[in-house]
Design a protein around this ligand. Structure first.
Ligand code: ZN
Length: 224
């Protein structure tokens, strides 16, 4: 198998893993609310999705956020339209559980993304969950080469940042955090029922969801 074919297969595998994570949580949702009505398939853009979120049931959709999301750190940058969607998500989660939605990461510049990936790799994550495996590999190589050469963390992060910046300059975004399309949401302190509701509220609010580790959080991103 040629190298570019191998990269394609790796990319397909990453996408399948991503879809599988989503399907798993859909199954949990169905088990959790088997009585929840669904629109018939093929009926509209909403077909096959849950009919109502808690916010819909309370007649609150489209109005000012009733609770809204909370930033773990006030300096987090979360621009529109991501912020509106997160407010809808937060309200649905709050109405369902009485708990706040805490956002731990929002939009990132290349240095922020480099730091986040450095931490992820340091925690042992391989990066096989990135959809663009070619872009991931370029950044991962900078990390591995820096570690092998005994560079400091700051030096390695700078090398990773430089690659991420050149990718961005070519219109390649290894993560949707780089183009205002993703946020991370805390799962700390939530029991299993609340965690299931967190996934459910995220999906009902139109996000693609993806659980991530270290520290454990839920990555949510806008659909294109
Ligand atoms: Zn994320």
């Amino acid at each position: 198998m040629r190298l570019d074919e191998l990269e394609d297969v790796k990319g397909d595998l990453a996408r399948l893993r991503y879809d599988l994570a989503g399907l798993r949580f859909e199954l949990i949702e169905r088990k959790y609310r088997p009585d929840q009505a669904r629109t018939p398939a093929g009926n509209s853009t909403e077909s096959g999705r849950w009919v109502k979120t808690a916010a819909d049931r309370a007649g609150l959709r489209g109005e000012q956020p009733i609770r809204g999301f909370r930033k773990q750190d006030p300096s987090l940058h979360i621009p529109h339209p991501l912020s509106d969607k997160l407010n809808g998500f937060a309200d649905d989660f709050y109405l369902s559980t009485g708990r706040d939605l805490v956002v731990t990461s929002g939009s990132r510049n290349p240095v922020g993304q480099a730091k986040a990936m450095f931490e992820k790799f340091s925690d042992g994550a391989s990066g096989d969950d990135y959809v663009n495996q070619k872009a991931l590999k370029e950044i991962r190589d900078a990390y591995d080469e820096g570690a092998a050469a005994g560079l400091s963390k700051d030096e390695v992060v700078e090398n990773m940042r430089s690659i991420i910046q050149s990718q961005v300059n070519s219109g390649i975004f290894v993560s949707k955090h780089l183009n205002n399309g993703a946020a991370d949401v805390s799962v700390t302190g939530l029991n299993s029922k609340e965690r299931r509701q967190l996934y459910k509220s995220a999906r009902a609010s139109g996000f693609k969801v993806h659980p991530e580790g270290h520290p454990r959080h839920l990555h949510v991103e806008l659909k294109n």
